[in-house]
Design a protein around this ligand. Structure first.
Ligand SMILES: C[S@@+](CC[C@H](N)C(=O)[O-])C[C@H]1O[C@@H](n2cnc3c(N)ncnc32)[C@H](O)[C@@H]1O
Length: 757
């Protein structure tokens, strides 16, 4: 991972961002919509920035100097760039992005997807309904993915996974792709040169103003003047960056008598004006980061993410797919070492949603961040898996591919219309182990339970995908951030209850959203940990991503929240995403609580003993200590405490009692969740009323006629289970077959309810 969290704001960053924004403003069609005003203004403003910046600065400085009784004669003209002529010449090259083949590429794919929507074919490009969905990723050659995922020395060559590309194959492919790659290299050089130029100009300006404290807040009269006048975009942006500088170095740069709150209020106002956010959302997002990082985040939301396709390994290998697309004039390279199936597309002569390879199901257009929850889920062959909110199926089909079409995947979505796209994708990609169902996922596990793994890619506010859906900037309000987390909490409890804790291969739940807010992520997970002590957070196995918050604005979360992963557009050039992985350790909350309490008590005792001062050797005492140390070690490794010989401290009676009352307990807890929460109650009652309760155990029912249509194939196999350790790196797994416990046959269930929607 080359790109990490940005350091404190420096003007070179601002320069490059300005440059990028300017290019964007000149090459892209502006979207019409609620936020387009801000965008247009910005685009116009960026056009003006170059021309007006010196003048504006001089004016501002002159005003300041006059106010401070100084002469403005000190202002120096912008010094000349000192960089080599070559770079300056390179800057004059037409911008790679300005030829904008990508725009038409996306348009083409949009058309195809529209057509698909009408028919029965799949659609991984979500419409406006799908805030939380995996949108089709727009291409953006502004964004250099090399800088994001790969180490610097490999930046300009493709890095294919070992198993798919032997060096010979890689060479051939590289040769075939050479033209495209060298073109890409040219573009990169031109871009770097332009950035360097802009940076130099900016530095020159900065030299003039560095010794001065940025004057951000002004006098009362000036403020009023500013408010009444139409916004000067150039000044607005300058004020944002200046305010960031002040907030990051408050003691040195703040104006006398001004508080941090004054500056924060000012920057929030400016962010709303400049980027087009509602005050509510601007504040919510700003609070997530240090000021300079917040600025990077808001900037990243103005850029499109790279266009990525996922190889469908059920039909082809990435090398073959890459070769086929290169032959059609597509410039691409592997998305990064972390994925064996992703290809990032830089340019294409053909619409990627209509190539023969696309129609034959060799790939799916899928944002890179969408791979992550499935990689964390690490599905194993022959397992039974539930994808609770599956449409349009980007993740379902990836799950099936990783399972090599074995076992059984229940792909559920409450939106019937969207399940059409799901079915389309399943067919196009040759998925044969999936049953599509159309329930409100909160009804699980009553519909069916006992899954080895459950994926909950929850409906969310979409604050991680603002670059794809800028309407999020203004259409989310306080109520949304209450209702959505309520729904997410209910869904997560249902996900947990649907998993078989004694699954010989799994017992895992992955929770993901494409939102970056804490309410929809850590808070939801924390709630589930509290309500279901029979789960615990475990490592996601993902090799990158920032740790989740262990505390946030006075709220403390579980220490284990560090196992969750946050992905930000400004850090990794992927959509904002959150991924958490839970392991179910006991059948019921009560049993889980007993186990947890025993474990905690044991921990405490061990800690006490650890702190006892050394008092000589004692064979009996040593034995006990050794046993305890062994148990602690086993526990850390996630081994079953009850199975461990030394699990004396576990209150077995309590557990057994709890086991006996599994169903009773489940009902009580569910009732508790529903009744205690007014909003939840309303929603649940509305959706659940009138639907027959069905068995919570798997093998009970046969699929209805309608469900049969959706079932492609259900494969059941007898085999042995893989070691859990192998599950961590799913892409690298050479999976072993899995022995299924009896009574888990996926096909014997009611897979479609009748008469709903
Ligand atoms: C983030 S999208 C899922 C994207 C999907 N996992 C993929 O990779 O293509 C969220 C989905 O949740 C569905 N949904 C919303 N509320 C639901 C509920 N109560 N039960 C089941 N599905 C729900 C929406 O229809 C939407 O398709």
């Amino acid at each position: 991972m080359k790109q990490g969290p940005p350091g404190p704001l420096d003007e070179s960053l601002i320069s490059s961002l300005k440059k990028t924004n300017k290019r964007k403003a000149t090459t892209e069609n502006e979207e019409e919509g609620p936020t387009s005003v801000g965008k247009k203004r910005r685009a116009e403003g960026e056009e003006k920035i170059k021309k007006k910046k010196d003048e504006d600065f001089r004016k501002a400085k002159a005003k300041e100097a006059t106010a401070n009784g100084r002469s403005n004669g000190k202002a120096k003209p912008v010094s000349k760039p000192k960089k080599s002529a070559g770079k300056v010449v390179a800057k004059a090259k037409p911008s790679p992005k300005s030829s904008a083949p990508k725009k038409s590429l996306f348009d083409d794919v949009d058309e195809i997807n529209d057509a698909i929507d009408d028919g029965d074919s799949g659609d991984e490009h979500d419409g406006p309904l799908s805030l939380g969905d995996d949108f089709f990723a727009g291409g953006d050659s502004d964004t250099d993915n090399d800088e994001v995922y790969d180490s610097g020395d490999e930046a300009s060559r493709p890095i294919f996974s070992d198993d798919e590309f032997d060096s010979d194959g890689e060479e051939k492919l590289t040769a075939a792709n050479m033209e495209g790659l060298s073109h890409k290299l040219d573009l990169q050089l031109a871009e770097e040169a332009a950035e360097a130029q802009a940076e130099l100009e900016e530095q020159a300006l900065q030299t003039n103003i560095a010794p001065e404290k940025p004057r951000v807040l002004g006098d009362a009269g000036e403020d009023e003047e500013m408010t009444n006048a139409p916004p000067d975009i150039a000044l607005l942006r300058t004020r944002i960056t200046d305010t960031v500088r002040v907030l990051e170095d408050f003691s040195n740069l703040s104006e006398e008598g001004r508080s941090r709150t004054d500056y924060t209020e000012q920057i929030l106002k400016d962010i709303c004006e400049y980027y087009g956010y509602s005050p509510f959302l601007a504040e919510k997002l700003f609070e997530l980061f240090a000021p300079s990082e917040a600025f990077s985040f808001f900037e990243a939301n103005e850029k499109e993410r790279p266009l990525v396709i996922r190889t469908n390994t059920l039909k082809t290998a990435r090398r073959e797919l890459a070769q086929a697309l290169i032959n059609r004039g597509v410039t691409l390279e592997p998305v990064g070492k972390w994925s064996k199936v992703g290809l990032q597309v830089f340019e294409s002569q053909v619409p990627l949603g209509a190539t023969p390879e696309y129609l034959a199901g060799h790939y799916i257009l899928q944002a890179a961040s969408s791979f992550l929850p499935v990689m964390a889920l690490a599905p194993q062959e022959n397992e039974r898996i539930l994808d609770m909110t599956a449409a349009p199926g980007g993740k379902t089909t990836y799950i099936s591919a990783l399972m090599k079409n074995t076992g059984c995947v229940f792909a559920n979505d409450s939106n019937r219309a969207r399940t059409k796209g799901l079915v389309g994708n399943i067919h196009r990609l040759g998925v044969k182990n999936t049953i599509v169902c159309n329930y409100d996922a909160r009804e699980f596990p009553k519909v069916i339970g006992g899954f080895d793994r459950v994926l909950l890619d929850a409906p969310c506010s979409g604050t991680g995908v603002i670059s794809k859906d800028p309407s999020v900037k203004t259409n989310k309000n306080e109520k949304d951030f209450m209702l959505l987390p309520h729904l997410q909490k209910q869904l997560l409890l249902a996900a947990i209850d649907s998993v078989d804790h004694s699954s010989s291969t799994g017992g895992y739940i992955v929770y993901s959203t494409c939102s970056v807010t804490v309410e929809e992520n850590e808070s939801v997970v924390e709630y589930a940990l509290r309500k279901r002590p029979n789960v615990r957070l475990v490592e996601t196995g993902l090799t990158f991503g920032r740790e989740g918050f262990k505390s946030y604005r006075g709220k403390r979360f579980s220490e284990k929240m560090k196992f969750t992963r946050r992905f930000y557009p400004h850090m990794y050039n992927v959509d904002g995403f959150f991924v958490a992985k839970l392991k179910k350790i006991a059948p019921t909350p009560k049993a889980g609580a007993a186990e947890k309490a025993a474990a905690e008590k044991e921990d405490e005792e061990m800690e006490e003993e650890d702190t006892v001062p050394f008092g000589g050797f004692d064979e009996e005492g040593d034995k006990v200590l050794l046993e305890k140390a062994e148990m602690k070690h086993k526990k850390k490794k996630g081994l079953d405490m009850r199975a461990a010989a030394g699990a004396k401290k576990v209150d077995r009676d309590a557990e057994e009692k709890a086991d006996i009352s599994v169903e009773k307990e489940k009902n009580v807890v569910e009732k508790d969740v529903v009744e205690k929460d007014v909003v939840e109650k309303d929603v649940v009652e509305k959706d659940v009323v009138g639907k027959p309760a069905v068995e919570s155990k798997p093998p009970a029912k046969k699929p209805s006629g309608k469900a049969k249509k959706a079932i492609v194939t259900v494969v059941e196999k007898e085999a042995t289970k893989p070691p859990e350790s192998a599950e961590k790196s799913v892409a690298a797994d050479k999976k072993q077959p899995v022995k299924k416990s009896p009574g888990k046959s996926g096909g014997k269930t009611k897979a479609k309810k009748s008469g709903k929607k």
